[in-house]
Design a protein around this ligand. Structure first.
Ligand code: HEC
Ligand code: HEC
Ligand code: HEC
Length: 423
């Protein structure tokens, strides 16, 4: 009697495991089209290559797939994540290390479903949560373009992920829980340019890869929600595009938004850090009609309130120290009243970057300095010097707190601990 109960229990357990594995497998393969049996031929005319090149700029493929000082699209660029270092792949037409043996269908599957040519699962550091929305014509043009770039025989380094994040099973579970392949659906009640803008922002521009909130497992509930969050694995906060107090542009003029995306700076604000990179590598190259479409969509994003900031008064003496440091180190460039110099040095008075509840970006900028992106509209940008070696944690905390409490600002003061976290 007893032994048959054990057998039945074991059988049930085995069935449960098989059922669960079946669910995970089904979730990982959902929505995929079978690979076509016969070879496809794509239109590889010069016009199509040119179109693909433009789409690659809008999707910033080279930004991740080109290592610093490396050859275009040969991959090997390290990307820090909370789970370890990931290396981008070689996507040149090299037969051994790149996409040389891929068919268009393999490429579409990788982009829309996050599976490689051999069927293995790809990590979401490759933003396929957003690229899953790309339409087929664009994918085919991208593939034709990538076939046209110089082949580079360079192997992609192994990822350096911690256990258990290095296992395909872990990734399969993650995908079963969080990844849903999708297809682009326009909104017929909106204008054609709003729809174009929505597609560029949500799908190709993958703005949600940074601007969406993520949980501890690096998953966003809605990869296109744009409600703001820390960038996974990086000490930068990508503010909410849904909140005018953060990165929202609902109250800006359309031309100001276009200027920001085209030149990195505008009368209402300038870009910093990872966003400067997005402008430098991607948006500055887009046609004005596309930038206007993106601006139209961004301006129309429904507003989402940001949680109220927890108040924090400056520590004793912090404001006096901060003011002295500001006058000595910053006022020459940013002005005695934080007014900046139009077109050269951004103002600090009223600047959203200064008064965001989350102090990561302002602390990082004072520690490590930065450059506005060099763009055709702003070819020789001014730089902000780093102060990490010149000022102590206590001094950085004081000068940043001073910025956050002067000129009518009422943002929470920052502490030495905040500074240590982003140093
Ligand atoms: C934010 C960084 C990032 C961007 C932007 C990006 N990729 Fe990637 N991509 C990656 C990473 C990282 C991998 C490797 C994923 C892995 O190995 O699991 C990858 C993998 C791929 C693969 C699969 C390669 C293989 O051998 O399996 C293809 C194809 C690809 N990317 C194409 C593109 C294209 C086309 C674009 C632009 C539209 C693009 N990527 C933009 C980071 C990026
Ligand atoms: C690699 C991560 C990343 C990506 C991708 C990204 N952003 Fe950002 N973005 C940031 C960060 C970080 C900031 C905050 C720093 C700053 O103010 O520039 C920011 C700020 C902004 C701002 C506010 C700028 C200001 O002056 O207040 C806007 C608007 C914006 N992003 C739009 C976009 C759009 C549109 C896209 C897609 C085309 C995009 N971002 C893609 C990281 C990113
Ligand atoms: C040599 C001129 C110069 C000096 C000195 C300087 N800055 Fe800057 N600062 C800049 C420039 C140029 C930028 C724009 C850089 C960018 O966007 O990456 C900037 C950007 C900033 C920003 C981001 C503003 C925004 O809206 O994006 C902050 C905050 C800031 N500086 C604070 C300081 C503080 C604090 C000091 C003194 C400790 C200081 N700066 C000293 C030139 C300067």
């Amino acid at each position: 009697m007893g032994s048959s109960r054990v057998v039945v229990s074991l059988l049930l357990l085995v069935l449960a495991v098989i059922g669960f594995a079946g669910w995970v497998t089904a979730m990982n393969l959902q929505g995929e089209e079978p690979l076509p049996a016969r070879a496809e031929t794509l239109d590889d005319s010069a016009a199509q290559v040119k179109r693909g090149a433009y789409l690659a700029l809008a999707g910033n493929c080279a930004g991740c797939h080109t290592a610093r000082g490396g050859l275009a699209y040969a991959g090997g660029r390290p990307i820090e994540t909370p789970f370890g270092t990931v290396y981008s792949s070689n996507i040149t037409p090299d037969a051994e290390h790149g996409l040389g043996r891929w068919t268009p269908a393999h490429f579409r599957r990788a982009m829309r479903h996050g599976r490689s040519v051999d069927g293995s699962l790809l990590l979401p550091a490759f933003p396929y949560e957003q690229y899953t929305l790309l339409d087929r014509a664009d994918l085919d043009a991208l593939f034709v373009y990538l076939r046209s770039v110089s082949a580079v025989a360079q192997p992609t380094p192994q990822h350096a992920l911690r256990f258990p994040y290095d296992l395909q099973v872990t990734l399969a579970l993650w995908r079963a829980l969080y990844f849903r392949p999708s297809a682009w659906q326009g909104d017929p009640s909106q204008s054609a340019s709003w729809n174009r803008g929505a597609y560029l922002v949500q799908a190709l521009g993958h703005c949600g890869a940074c601007h969406a909130e993520r949980n501890a497992l690096g998953a966003s509930r809605d990869a296109t929600a744009l409600g703001g969050g820390m960038i996974a694995g990086q000490p930068w906060y990508a503010p909410s595009l849904r909140a005018p107090a953060e990165a929202g542009v609902q109250t800006w003029d359309l031309d100001e938004v276009v200027a920001l995306l085209k030149t990195g700076t505008s009368a209402r604000g300038s870009v910093l850090g990872p966003m400067a990179d997005v402008v430098y590598r991607s948006t500055q190259h887009l046609e004005t009609a596309d930038l206007r479409a993106m601006a139209e969509y961004l301006k129309a994003l429904p507003e989402l309130p940001v949680p109220p900031m927890a108040p924090r008064e400056p520590a004793g003496g912090q404001m006096e120290l901060g003011q002295r440091l500001y006058e000595r180190h910053c006022a020459d460039c940013h002005g005695a009243q934080g007014e900046g110099r139009p077109g050269q040095i951004p103002p600090l008075a009223g600047a959203r970057a200064v008064i965001l509840a989350q102090p990561a970006n302002v602390v990082r900028t004072v520690l490590w300095g930065g450059f506005l992106p060099a763009t055709a509209g702003n070819p020789r940008p001014f730089g902000m010097p780093p102060f990490a070696h010149q000022l102590s944690d206590e001094e950085i905390a004081a000068v940043v707190s001073y910025l956050r409490r002067s000129w009518g600002h009422r943002a929470p003061a920052v502490t030495m601990l905040d500074v240590r976290r982003y140093r």
